[in-house]
Design a protein around this ligand. Structure first.
Ligand code: UDX
Length: 454
């Protein structure tokens, strides 16, 4: 099939690469000239394992090319994917400016029957507006259909997710469009959910909101576990074995969920509910809990180290919003660093992929960018782990003890082995469980006790 993918961000670039790899003829379109030049030469604008190899292979064999010209991409294709960003606006709603601008250009350049497929995450009713805008801008009598085909790609696992998706959701009112989508996805071995436009749009938001709800739920169970003397990791295992619930997305975290999707999509769904005069109370709490997690974790740090952190140095492992990505958008780690800096501490930070992005946000004021994880903990009073990178689990505790000045470890991801950390002479404070950083009454141990322990 001849496919045009408009927007070569995460979703567009991965989609274009995988569709091309399946033998389709794909043109990727982006207004950003520098980006197009980079991608064409095999330099990926995003960090995604294996993507460069697929792109280069398909550019070479002629299945994939890139252009900055929407008219060129649209006129030469039968299927047009809209994959541009829908960032959060000031009201919490999804900003549809880019989607509507693309719809207009697609309309202006229609030169025969095409299907226009929205992959961008858009609120219920958007595809009907897209249809309207295309119609208003197309020549009279030009035939087309719109389709909603949301993506469910996780950053860091996007290619795997695209190839082995759990389901393909296709919303459309046209039998002709549905057949074309079936043909396009016939190589994917996944259930095909065909539905109306609005249900397809809602499936995407409901999925992300439910996953975010799982995280906020386990984070609240974690709060309760700490107070009641239970262990949230054990609880998550026990609960997750129930097939109706599942173990995924039950990892409690002191920094909350982040990224370019969950925070924005939950807020947008909440905005949709208020627009429909419905107060989605559960969702409001999901967002509130997510923000509170960070303040509660900061409280652990100040309870242990005191309210005035000037003169203290804190080592930070993890800056990205999750492991296996360089993305720091809505990263809990970045928010934590902002708070810690506000309390006056100096920071030594390290992340395997997100250093450059973080430098752009903070510059060098109060922050040293370390060369590796051990460089980040040299002479620090305390160590904070904010992102669940696999490598951090391998931290050599004996070496860490020698390198650090203090003996405090705050593990916001429950990444380290509690027994090993405690028996190596550290005071360990994590998430949703009592550790040697707590008094018998369940309070965080005070600065005085810690100082004596040094
Ligand atoms: C998400 C959805 O998973 C994907 O389907 C959608 O299309 C885009 O949004 P992504 O943003 O890449 O993908 O991240 P994901 O892996 O879902 O993690 C989101 C956040 O939740 C991260 O900050 C992660 O650290 C956090 N998380 C995840 C937890 O805190 N606990 C968990 O148990 C799982």
């Amino acid at each position: 099939m001849k496919i045009c993918v408009i927007g070569t961000g995460y979703v567009g670039l991965v989609g274009a690469a995988v569709f091309a790899d399946m033998g389709n003829t794909v043109v990727g379109v982006d207004k950003d000239k520098a980006k197009i030049a980079k991608v064409t030469s095999g330099v990926m604008p995003i960090y995604e394992l294996g993507l460069d190899e697929i792109v280069l292979r398909n550019v070479k064999n002629g299945n994939l090319r890139f252009t900055t010209s929407t008219p060129e991409g649209v006129s030469q294709s039968d299927v047009i994917f809209i994959c541009v960003g829908t960032p959060q606006d000031d009201t919490g709603a999804a900003d549809l400016t880019a989607v509507m601008a693309v719809a207009k250009e697609v309309g202006q350049n229609l030169n025969g029957y095409k299907i226009v497929v929205t992959k961008s995450t858009v609120p219920v009713g958007t595809n009907e507006r897209v249809e309207q805008v295309i119609k208003e801008n197309a020549q009279a009598g030009m035939d087309f259909d719109v389709v909603s085909n949301p993506e469910f790609l996780r950053e860091g696992a996007a290619i795997e997710d695209m190839r082995n998706t759990n389901r393909t959701v296709v919303g459309t009112k046209s039998a002709r469009a549905l057949n074309m989508m079936r043909e396009l996805y016939k190589g994917f071995n996944a259930p095909f959910v065909e539905c109306d436009l609005r249900s397809a749009e809602m499936i995407k938001y409901a999925s992300n909101a439910l996953l975010a709800t799982k995280i906020s739920f386990i984070n609240e169970i974690g709060q309760l576990c700490e107070r009641a003397g239970a262990n949230v990791q054990v609880v998550a295992e026990g609960v997750g074995l129930d097939k109706r619930i599942g173990r995924a997305f039950l990892n409690a975290t002191g920094v909350g969920y982040g990224g370019s999707c969950f925070p924005k999509d939950v807020a947008a769904l909440y905005k949709t509910s208020t627009d429909q005069a419905y107060d989605f109370k559960l969702l409001r709490s999901v967002m509130e809990v997510n923000e509170l997690q960070k303040f509660n974790f900061m409280k652990k740090i100040t309870k242990a180290m005191g309210e005035n952190l000037s003169g203290c140095t804190i080592g930070v492992l993890g800056l990205a919003f999750k492991n296996d990505t360089d993305d720091i958008r809505e990263s809990g780690a970045i928010k934590m660093i902002r708070m810690i800096r506000g309390y006056g501490a100096e920071l030594r930070v390290y992340d395997p992929a997100a250093m450059e992005n973080t430098k752009k946000v903070f510059g060098h004021d109060q922050i040293y960018y370390a060369n590796d994880m051990y460089d980040a903990i040299k002479d620090v009073d305390a160590l904070c782990i904010f992102t669940e990178w696999g490598n951090f689990k391998l931290l050599d505790l004996t070496k860490t003890k020698q390198l650090m000045k203090g003996n405090l470890i705050f593990d916001a991801r429950n990444l380290l082995d509690q027994k090993a950390v405690e028996s190596s002479g550290f005071v360990y404070i994590a998430v949703g469980k009592r550790t040697n950083g707590y008094t018998e009454d369940g309070d965080i141990v005070s600065t005085a006790i810690l100082k004596n322990g040094r």
